[in-house]
Ligand binder design. Structure first.
Ligand code: GLY
Length: 356
């Protein structure tokens, strides 16, 4: 059995407790302090999710009560026309429903799922956001959307409705065809014409270059395809998840925490993204179970153990993980804590405890 030396539950709870009094949703840190958002931006669901995870392993009802308070603030987002509904409503309302069996949480999550499935563009074959580009309305999707789909897979399981399954399934096939390269690295963003569905451009927004591989995008795709396979049993999704995971693992440095972009020419003098490690790590536990391949679990445990992720001596940040990188080109959240990194890190820890 691999030796695991993760932080204690007390350490995690102390960190979360320090943030309970925040007025807004914690998003990214600057100089170790949480920067917050009033409406949850695309990340508020991960804060609520972290509270649910704390409740799950501590059984302390304080976290249940805090989670409900923050849910109230997120609910108003359920009709927002954005693919980020998956990030906003899965770790918050769906996870909350799974833990509490409270039907009111299920109802809200299904409403959000209806909004998300309606964002499927038939001609382009993608779930998308509409935005203004050079004076024209266009459609935009990105690799991250793979990890928005669990909201739809869950809704399908609850309702049996094809309107939840089809868009998610088609989006996965389009992603394999248009955002996954032959070597299983990924492209970040794709824009298309809203009338014809024709591709206008593929590029990176948060990575190093249009030809490079942004490590967090790769992580979203690994986990997203693993979840897609679990929900659909479509072998092509398992093959995609496995190929993407092999690429990720082969491109990791010795400490198993990826650089923010696998192709940054400044490596090794560049920044890491611990949140990409955390997402991939949790996804690899799931993929290992689905594929029956021990190599994915071995890699996940090495990531979880890596002191480079920064949880060991971390009193200089209000977050749990240091060394995350939100948006390097925009110089936002570079080498700080990121709320989704903390969420997936704790999720992965719980998986490692359950599976060990
Ligand atoms: N938009 C999701 C991310 O930055 O990973």
């Amino acid at each position: 059995m691999t030796q695991v030396s993760y932080p204690t539950p007390r350490y995690i709870l102390e960190k979360v407790d320090r943030s309970l009094g925040l007025r807004g949703f914690p998003h990214i840190t600057r100089d170790g302090k949480w920067q917050t958002t009033s409406d949850g931006y695309w990340t508020g669901g991960f804060w609520v999710g972290l509270l649910w995870l704390c409740y799950k392993f501590s059984h302390d009802e304080k976290y249940l009560s805090w989670a409900y308070q923050w849910l109230e603030r997120l609910e108003r987002r359920k009709q927002d026309k954005t693919f980020d509904l998956g990030f906003l409503f899965y770790p918050s309302f769906v996870l909350g429903y799974q833990i509490t069996k409270d039907e009111s949480l299920k109802g809200v999550a299904l409403e959000a799922a209806d909004t998300l499935s309606a964002l499927f563009h038939q001609k382009a074959g993608f779930i998308y956001n509409e935005l203004d580009f050079e004076g024209k309305k266009i459609g935009r999707t990105c690799i991250d959307v793979m990890m928005e789909l669990p909201l739809l897979w869950w809704a399908y399981k609850e309702t049996g409705e094809n309107r939840h399954f089809r868009p998610a399934y088609q989006h996965c096939l389009s992603t394999i065809g248009k955002l996954v390269r032959g070597d299983y690295s990924t492209i970040h963003v794709l824009d298309f014409d809203l009338k014809t569905g024709q591709i206008m451009q593929k590029f990176t927004a948060q990575g190093y270059s249009n030809d490079s591989c942004w490590s967090r995008g790769q992580a979203w795709a690994i986990y997203g395809f693993a979840m897609a396979y679990r929900a659909s049993q479509e072998k092509r999704f398992l093959d995609a998840a496995s190929g993407l995971a092999d690429y990720f693992i082969q491109n990791l440095p010795d400490d198993y925490v990826p650089y923010w972009d696998f192709n940054d020419p400044e490596i090794p003098n560049s920044v890491k993204d611990s949140s990409a490690a955390a997402i991939a790590c949790s996804g690899l536990f799931t993929l290992s179970e689905l594929s029956h391949k021990q190599k994915f679990k071995d890699a996940a445990i090495k990531m979880l153990n890596s002191p480079s992720a920064g949880y060991v001596f971390n009193n200089d940040s209000e977050g749990i993980l240091k060394h995350g990188c939100f948006h390097k080109p925009a110089k936002l959240g570079v080498d700080g804590s990121l709320i989704w990194g903390d969420y997936y890190f704790v999720e992965a820890l719980l998986k490692s405890v359950i599976e060990e």
